[in-house]
Design a protein around this ligand. Sequence first.
Ligand SMILES: NC(=O)C1=CN([C@@H]2O[C@H](COP(=O)(O)OP(=O)(O)OC[C@H]3O[C@@H](n4cnc5c(N)ncnc54)[C@H](OP(=O)(O)O)[C@@H]3O)[C@@H](O)[C@H]2O)C=CC1
Ligand SMILES: O=C(O)[C@H](O)COP(=O)(O)O
Length: 477
Amino acid sequence: MTQAYLNYVNGEWKDSEDHIEIFNPANGESLGTVPAMSHADVDYVMASAKNAFPAWRALSYAERAKYLEKAADILYRDAEKIGSTLSKEIAKGLKSAIGEVTRTAEIVDYTAKVGVTMDGEVMEGGNFDPASKNRIAVVRREPVGLVLAISPFNYPVNLAGSKIAPALMGGNVVAFKPPTQGSISGLLLAKAFAESGLPAGVFNTITGRGRVIGDYIVEHPAVNFINFTGSSAVGKNIGKLAGMRPIMLELGGKDAAIVLEDADLDLAAKNIVAGAFGYSGQRCTAVKRVLVMDSVADELVGKVTDLVKGLTVGMPEDNADITPLINTKSADYVQGLIEEAKEKGAKPLFDFKREGNLLYPMVFDNVTTDMRLAWEEPFGPVLPFIRVKSVEEAVEIANKSEYGLQSSVFTRNFPRAFGIAEKLEVGTVHINNKTQRGPDNFPFLGVKDSGAGVQGVKYSIQAMTKVKSVVYAIDEM
Ligand SMILES: NC(=O)C1=CN([C@@H]2O[C@H](COP(=O)(O)OP(=O)(O)OC[C@H]3O[C@@H](n4cnc5c(N)ncnc54)[C@H](OP(=O)(O)O)[C@@H]3O)[C@@H](O)[C@H]2O)C=CC1
Ligand SMILES: O=C(O)[C@H](O)COP(=O)(O)O
């Protein structure tokens, strides 16, 4: 029998009139249904959260930390169970899916630890102006209010936990909308927060298709902060609708790995393949193009091709490296990029092979800047090599992208790597390593069309709290 999952609202599990059936993208099996919330259902979520806010914000960081520690323990305990559903729901390798849940537990636990160190400060006016010596400011952080957290399909649990925990720790109440493909996993995450004993209304979920209820939840007047991870197209729309309200947007990317003549090519190849093909390329931080110096291009392409030959292709339950993409639209899109690159003269290093939504890994040499593959985010297992003649050319092509998430630089010359890092228009540059989000205490951000605001445990708490100063004057005796 199909399992009916429910939303967690105001401390209770609630159904809606309409439902969405969720299918396993790898084999079409039904995994259950989730409620498709109506506007009235959403209004009830928002009102419940608002009601819970005053009591929740009145707690100390230490009291709030206890709930998060409990939720983290539950996530560790249930990692295999949640991971197994997650693996089926988004066709992610089973081991990686379980890893996503334990990583979430680690973030939630660490957020509790960092939260209790979030002290304010005392400032003295006399430090600026002698005449203000008697003025003292007590500067503290306050919650922003109701945080709307929206996560994408590729990390529906982890990119939810990394928003929800810092929001709660900062004293905010939360309405969490998981991606539709990933919503069962999102509701299992909610179960862990529910079991932690959070007071009713502090944490709530909203399921429903983004294209149906997305604008309504984003524009909802009760929402004080929108914390979104997903595509740049949806993110830009959210940015417009947000108005004066603060937002955090983590969006798409076209991360470049720049490989110089003096690089350790074995190290570069290993990182490029892991970076490009992890979860079949469905990661915002995936290596999405290689900009390689002509003089070492043949050797690097050879090493990468050898490693790609060793990738396993198959089903998530078998922990295959390459698994079916999230849906047919995505697979068609990736195929379109591959076909266009081939037509325009790029050199495919593998035969193109597709079985349903399962695309075999593809590497292209001699990709040029007139091809879509040089600029667009495939979100699939295809890696373009663009040969360049100089570092300047590499930096120019890297920076021409509308995206600015991350880059990698492979070289043995550290001062040179730092010089290149300064010129790259991205949030993070990795030296001799693949592009990646973690470790999760580091700041994580995109510039240009890759986002706005900074994530990372401490940075997320800061983003979802605002400074309040109380200034007083000491009486002259
Ligand atoms: N920079 C980063 O940190 C990351 C960026 N990404 C990016 O996310 C994309 C892949 O994720 P994907 O899930 O396909 O992205 P989408 O933008 O399609 O969806 C992301 C989330 O937004 C919801 N949504 C859809 N439409 C709206 C709307 N109008 N208003 C509000 N919410 C809406 C979706 O719900 P529903 O599923 O119901 O449509 C989902 O929960 C890639 O571009 C990737 O680069 C992914 C991970 C990390
Ligand atoms: O959604 C994504 O792609 C993630 O933010 C990437 O995380 P990772 O680099 O740790 O895989």
